[in-house]
Design a protein around this ligand. Structure first.
Ligand SMILES: Cc1cc2nc3c(=O)[nH]c(=O)nc-3n(C[C@H](O)[C@H](O)[C@H](O)COP(=O)(O)OP(=O)(O)OC[C@H]3O[C@@H](n4cnc5c(N)ncnc54)[C@H](O)[C@@H]3O)c2cc1C
Length: 453
């Protein structure tokens, strides 16, 4: 049985791992020259790694960790200290450090000790957010009609905690503000955060997500007979009279035939190739409810260390939302002596919200980033900026705004030989590497079950 997969992000590669393990003949077609999609990494002219985005593995990412183990990359990531670190003006830091106790005491005691929350923030948070802690999936779904800000205020939780704690989490999760994101994903995360001690641990890849995860996945798939084609962009499907796919046509005219076809492309690319003959199915018209969040990732190379924090950091009131000095967090890539880092800091910063940045010249954006870097990392005022990179992604993960969750499609489509994988398809996680990995597992299992009939 031959399966053609379009898109070599985490979803497409995960589906391929499952399918080659089940003995399928798998071909992956990726439009870019580099694999990994939003997790892709490439080298610049100095040999330094440029990331599409700073990527963190969470303790709760069971499926992704399973794939990393399976492809021999189980030791390719390193757990960091279990705390949320906020970079404050003038080099100060504040912390939400989980206490070394079982949940929810780890979070309650840790929260009570958090120095950036007032006593009223803490009391109103414990009281106001209790329904999320006690809630189940059904409750979370029922709250999808409102934004997180609305939910937070209805629950009487403090305005200061909304701006200080939850805004950073909304921007880190979906690159949008708490008054835009749906309450549903936020309170789901709160439940994880408050009830599972290990779910919120952070890990960084030892090198970078490309070398530490995507490359071992590629090797595994090819070692099991899978074939991967790069620079191979799907253009359209040609259909049979019963609307199933007869063949896929790439932009260079190459034709692909298979027993089943999986789109593992992002939702905005999928919209472009959906045949009009399929658009009478709600399943496909619902896809048009999704739009992508704009985001940008900026990397700055300094000649000196500007921080000694070996962990993820958050900040409020800056152009960047989450960031890290990857020369410390990813010691086997950005370490001393490699590329132009040469012992200095390499800051990798996720810029969000980013809608206003998409049309702004890169130099103007870097100026804004540097202003905030000088404010949060005073040592940078005496360091030389060696170089910078900026990757803009106008449509990244789908915007988890109110009332959109119900449109997330199942991996099995109404067309007999067509399936979907991708972080936006229905699985229990939000758009993330774990969501993409789960979608890959689910599409392979469902395809296998349908084929076996
Ligand atoms: C800045 C940033 C930071 C992030 N940080 C984190 C994090 O810390 N932790 C986390 O878990 N997640 C994070 N994410 C989210 C995570 O990267 C995504 O949810 C996940 O990688 C999506 O995987 P995917 O396979 O569904 O889609 P994608 O990664 O988008 O892969 C889709 C692939 O399809 C290809 N494609 C598109 N059109 C065609 C075509 N016509 N023909 C062939 N191929 C095509 C694309 O080139 C791409 O390679 C972050 C995302 C960004 C942008």
């Amino acid at each position: 049985m031959k399966v053609a997969i379009f898109g070599a992000g985490v979803a497409g590669l995960s589906a391929a791992i499952e399918l080659v393990d089940r003995g399928y003949d798998v071909e992956i077609y990726e439009k870019r020259k580099v694999l990994g999609g939003k997790v892709s990494v490439w080298k610049d002219k100095d040999g330094d790694s440029v990331e599409s985005g700073l990527h963190i593995v969470f303790g709760g990412y069971e499926q992704l960790q399973n794939y990393l183990d399976r492809v021999g990359a189980g030791n390719n990531y390193i757990w960091k200290d279990h705390s949320l670190i906020y970079a404050e003006p003038d080099g100060k830091q504040s912390f939400f450090k989980k206490a070394n106790l079982p949940s929810p005491w780890a979070e309650v005691i840790g929260g009570l000790q958090a120095d950036f929350l007032t006593m009223w923030d803490k009391i109103s948070l414990i009281k106001g957010l209790f329904p999320a802690l006690a809630g189940n999936e059904e409750y979370f779904r029922s709250q999808d009609h409102m934004t997180y800000s609305e939910w937070h205020r209805l629950r009487g939780a403090s305005e200061h905690s909304l701006q200080k704690l939850w805004r950073a989490i909304a921007l880190a999760m979906n690159f949008i503000e708490p008054n835009v994101i749906s309450a549903r994903p936020m309170i789901t995360i709160f439940k994880y955060f408050g009830t599972d001690y290990h779910a919120t641990k952070f890990a960084f890849f030892r090198q970078n997500p490309g070398d530490s995860m995507i490359e071992p996945m590629r090797q595994y798939i090819q070692a099991k007979g899978g074939r991967i084609f790069i620079d191979a962009k799907l253009s359209r499907f040609e259909l049979d009279e019963n609307s199933t796919i007869k063949k896929a046509i790439l932009t260079d005219g190459h034709e692909v035939t298979a027993d089943a076809y999986i789109s593992a492309m992002p939702v905005h690319n999928l919209k472009k190739i959906l045949p009009k003959e399929w658009l009478h199915h709600d399943y496909f018209t619902n896809i048009f409810q999704f739009t992508g969040s704009p985001v940008a990732n900026c990397q700055l190379w300094f000649d000196k260390k500007i921080t000694d924090t070996d962990n993820l950091m958050f900040s409020q009131g800056t152009i960047f939302a989450t960031f890290a000095d990857v020369s410390l967090t990813c010691p086997e890539d950005f370490q001393e002596g490699m590329g132009s880092a040469a012992g200095g800091s390499v800051m990798s910063l996720v810029l969000a919200p980013a809608h206003q940045l998409m049309d702004m010249p890169n130099e103007a954006i870097i100026d804004l980033v540097m202003k905030d870097i000088h404010d949060r990392f005073p040592k940078s005022r005496h360091a030389k900026l060696l170089k910078s990179t900026l990757v803009k992604i106008p449509e990244s993960v789908y915007k988890a705004v109110p009332d959109v969750d119900k449109f997330r499609p199942d991996q099995v489509s109404p067309i007999d030989n067509f399936y979907l994988a991708g972080d936006y398809t229905y699985q229990r996680y939000l758009a993330s590497m774990e969501g993409a990995a789960l979608s890959g597992k689910q599409v392979a299992e469902k395809l296998h079950a349908r084929m076996a009939k």
